[in-house]
Design a protein around this ligand. Structure first.
Ligand code: CP
Ligand code: NVA
Length: 305
């Protein structure tokens, strides 16, 4: 029996595996039903502790396109860690299904699920990482601009989305600058590992606390919410601290003239971004669509036998 493989963070994929997923996603985007029986006898459980539009729907439809079956378990249904310990959920659910996508508050919970499940576990967002989002994001940049000699500037919170994006950029050779307010930097250990990884792919990756410095010469400007799910109690302070980091006309003028705008969504217009998100340089809906194509490639890698 082959050893199961998880996607808890992008550390689980080497560079070759990332590029294979991107290549397969490109084929699947052209022909969505190319592998319509590959997961024909497989069931995927979505265990979600938080709400979702894109992650839930894109995984469900991806699995249907692969001929498989999906069970969506909403935050109130399993109550992982409340009604029973995460390890029991992992052990039990993996007796029924062939793969698990988990959206959790604490990254430890998705790590524990991977330890105690006999089937592949995919992180559908934790407080630390959002690997499926980041794979789709580099795919979207690749489609729009290529990955070589392209600079993506991330402006905003050093959160789950950024932690995964910087690792995806490092693995694929995408140059990346980051501007966060002081005290809101991305996870230091993950960032240092990304910088080491970037030496191999020859990407330049650096961070600062000045949004205008970060976006200079940027081909793509990326932002995410200032208040992630689970941080609602800090909302007022965060809105104040992040105010100078809004992606708006003035900031976009400091990037390249044709710079594209990315956001993982959901977006809060008037907070981290203005209506520039609705302009002609915004590729946020391609980004959202690509979740499905890329995750289909991930499912094929992890679940099809
Ligand atoms: N970007 C993203 O993960 O969206 P959802 O929270 O709607 O799944
Ligand atoms: N950083 C956001 C991403 C949502 C897709 C959050 O965790 O809420």
């Amino acid at each position: 029996m082959r050893k199961k493989k998880d996607l808890v963070s992008l550390r689980d994929l080497d560079r070759g595996e990332v590029f294979n997923i991107l290549k397969m996603a490109r084929k699947l985007k052209k022909r969505p039903l190319l592998c319509k029986t590959s997961c024909g006898d497989k069931t995927l459980a979505l265990l979600f502790q938080k709400p979702s539009n894109r992650t839930r729907i894109s995984f469900e439809v991806a699995m249907v396109h692969l001929g498989g079956y999906v069970l969506y378990l909403s935050p109130s249904e399993i109550d992982m860690g409340g009604r029973e310990p995460v390890k029991d959920v992992g052990r039990v659910v993996s007796r029924y299904v062939d793969g698990i996508v988990a959206r959790v508050f604490s990254h430890n919970d998705v790590q524990d699920l991977s330890v105690y499940s006999d089937v592949p576990v995919i992180n559908g967002l934790s407080d630390m990482a959002h690997p499926c989002q980041a794979l789709s994001d580099v795919f979207t940049v690749m489609e729009a601009k290529g990955l070589k000699k392209v600079k993506l500037a991330y402006v905003g919170d050093g959160n789950n989305v950024l932690n995964s994006l910087v690792m995806a950029a490092a693995k694929t050779g995408l140059n990346m600058s980051i501007a966060t307010p002081a005290g809101y930097e991305p996870d230091a250990e993950n960032f240092d590992e990304a910088v080491r990884e970037a030496r191999l792919s020859k990407a330049a990756i650096w961070k600062c606390n000045d949004p205008f410095e970060a976006v200079r010469d940027a081909d793509v400007v990326y932002t995410d919410v200032w208040v992630s799910m689970g941080q609602e109690q800090d909302r007022e302070k965060r809105l104040k601290d992040f105010r100078p980091f809004q992606v708006n006309d003035r900031l976009m003028k400091a990037a390249k003239p044709d710079a594209l705008i990315m956001h993982c969504l959901p977006a809060h217009r008037g907070e981290e971004i203005t209506d520039v998100i609705d302009g002609k340089n915004s590729i946020v809906y391609d980004q959202a669509e690509n979740r499905m194509h890329v995750q289909k490639a991930v499912l094929l890698k992890l679940m099809s036998s």
